[in-house]
Design a protein around this ligand. Structure first.
Ligand code: SF4
Ligand code: SF4
Length: 101
């Protein structure tokens, strides 16, 4: 069952004009549910250049101590930019149907 943040709103619940009443609320929308392809990191190939972090339009590449840490799959939309720009092919895009979570 969908939680309250992923449920589509009824027309009567949307503010008139579609205005955004609360700034900075985009993080509340779990856009990872839109994803058809999932980026998967291959640590053995990664040189921690962090180009994937630079190019991700949704800030879904997370780093720790200057190195690649993980993907934020709750918000990653699966655009594939990180994989396309990785110089060592350390990110592969896989169909969501291959995963159970
Ligand atoms: S772009 Fe590729 S090599 Fe560079 S940090 Fe990201 S996964 Fe690692
Ligand atoms: S697939 Fe797109 S949204 Fe997801 S981590 Fe890569 S660049 Fe970011």
């Amino acid at each position: 069952m969908a939680d309250d943040t992923s449920r589509l709103k009824k027309y009567s619940e949307i503010p008139i004009g579609g205005i955004i009443e609360k700034a900075g609320n985009s993080e509340e929308y779990l856009t990872g549910g839109w994803r058809a392809m999932r980026p998967v990191h291959i640590p053995e190939k990664c040189i921690n250049c962090m180009i994937c972090w630079v190019v991700c339009p949704d800030c879904c590449v997370k780093g720790k101590d200057g190195n690649f840490s993980h993907f934020d799959y709750s918000h990653c939309k699966g655009c594939g930019l990180c994989a396309a720009n990785c110089p060592t092919k350390a990110i592969v895009m896989k169909p969501e149907s291959e995963f159970k979570d």
